[in-house]
Design a protein around this ligand. Structure first.
Ligand code: AMP
Length: 431
């Protein structure tokens, strides 16, 4: 199967070529033909599978016929980052189509969005809250809608958006094509799918397990030693861009600050940031200014940065689904990635749950030479209470351990071509 088999219009095929896609991904191979035919589709696919192009390409193709300038496709996404990324994919794939799109989300001014809508758009990518706001202001008219996409439906449910989705549905024509994508299928999402889809074709890829290109490792550690262990691990691992996950916004901010003080170009992405700062953090991570991004689950949804070589769970996630979502940020397309998880002795149940989903035990590793017995008072942590009691320089208690002291259970030291992740010379602000 290649892209020519889809018989896309030349203007759309040109976008595929310009994006450098040579072969369709499995979700594209299976979803594009039925979507082109006008079928409803329920896609069980995680981010990183190429699902965005799986719906964007058929939408562009369809909208090439008919009158332009009215909203004929609506894509609803849970987070601003995801909405912005989908819009970017439309811009990337559709420059020759003459179709216009807009992304609508909160945290930025309404007026530029209203102005863009007034000038006429064909495709809207929106987060539920801002979309409803604009519908209520009569700035968005969905009466000519032909295609509705609900992306990352499980995340919309997690974030409490399903009532908003049902309100939006009241404004779209009953006769339409509907596509629903979700990485997992909780009962509530299944109910929603039954309500919105007509005779859908179900397409499942990846079986909701992370890409085979990702290898996983656990680093057992006492919770007060997490930060020094992470710094030690970073120093001796060959990385490109590294995405670190914490449980809370506060821990994300704190850890990014500690990593920046340790010499890494680190930023945090968490819900307390203004839109400008979020964009700066995301943009800096994407263009490589920030080599480390410390994020919470919600803030990191849909992050699509090609060169993420490592996902590090500073805090283990609460569910196996969240683990899969996090890990989906690395090993994308044909790249390989590594997923490291720091675990405390209280978290063995969660480890077992994740291992069940992966279908394999995860390798336990130790950083040789690291002092796993250091007492709490000698170490920093991402917890604000601990941090207040200590000067910031204590974030580097063992920053100069020789490289040869570190081994992993694979016995490999810096064999990759990525180059060692030595702290970058320039220190960036951690916001
Ligand atoms: P997604 O799952 O939609 O977030 O896509 C993951 C990444 O894969 C994005 O950066 C896309 O640009 C890229 N991608 C999508 N389809 C293809 C393809 N057929 N070949 C190569 N890369 C692709």
């Amino acid at each position: 199967m290649n892209f020519e088999n889809f018989n896309l219009r030349p203007e759309v095929a040109a976008g595929v070529k310009a994006a450098g896609y040579t072969l369709p991904t499995p979700i594209q191979a299976r979803a594009i033909p039925p979507i082109l035919k006008g079928n409803d589709v329920m896609g069980l696919a995680q981010t990183g599978t190429g699902k965005t192009a799986a719906f964007v390409l058929p939408i562009l193709n369809r909208l090439m016929t008919g009158k332009k300038g009215a909203i004929r496709a609506l894509i609803v996404a849970p987070t601003r980052e995801l909405a912005a990324q989908i819009d970017a994919a439309i811009v990337e794939l559709g420059p020759q189509t003459g179709l216009r799109s807009v992304s609508l989300f909160g945290g930025v001014g309404l007026n530029p969005q209203i102005e863009k809508l007034r000038r006429g758009v064909d495709i809207v990518v929106a987060c539920p809250g801002r979309l409803l706001d604009l519908i209520n202001r009569d700035s968005v008219n969905l009466s000519r809608l032909e295609v509705l996409v609900l992306d990352e439906a499980d995340q919309m449910f997690d974030m409490g958006f399903l009532p908003d989705i049902r309100r939006i549905l009241k404004h779209v024509p009953a006769r339409r094509q509907t596509l629903l994508f979700s990485a997992t299928m909780p009962r509530e999402v299944l109910h929603l799918a039954r309500e919105v889809l007509t005779h859908p074709l179900s397409i499942k890829v990846g079986n909701s397990v992370p890409a085979a290109t990702v290898s996983h490792a656990l680093y057992p550690v006492a919770s007060h030693l997490k930060t020094p262990l992470l710094l030690e691990l970073m120093k001796h691992t060959d990385t490109e861009s590294v995405l670190v996950f914490t449980r809370t916004k506060h821990r994300a901010k704190r850890l990014a600050e500690q990593m920046a003080r340790a010499g890494y170009q680190a930023a945090s992405l968490q819900g307390n940031l203004s839109q400008t700062r979020r964009e700066a953090a995301m943009g800096g991570f994407r263009d490589g200014t920030f080599r480390v991004l410390v994020a919470t689950d919600i803030a990191a949804r849909g992050i699509d940065v090609q060169q993420v070589s490592h996902v590090i769970n500073y805090d283990i996630p609460n569910t196996s689904e969240a683990y899969i979502h996090r890990i989906g940020r690395t090993g994308r397309a044909t790249r390989t990635g590594e997923a490291f998880t720091l675990v405390t002795s209280e978290e063995t149940d969660m480890v077992r749950t994740i291992e069940r989903v992966l279908g394999n035990p995860i390798e336990r590793r130790q950083v040789a030479g690291f002092d796993y017995t250091a007492a709490e008072r000698d170490t920093p942590s991402a917890s604000p209470a601990d941090q207040k009691a200590r000067p910031s320089s204590s974030a580097l208690p063992r920053g100069n351990r020789p490289r040869s002291n570190v081994t992993t259970s694979r016995g490999k030291q810096g064999a990759s071509s990525r180059g060692p992740a030595r702290p970058a010379p320039r220190v960036q602000a951690a916001r």
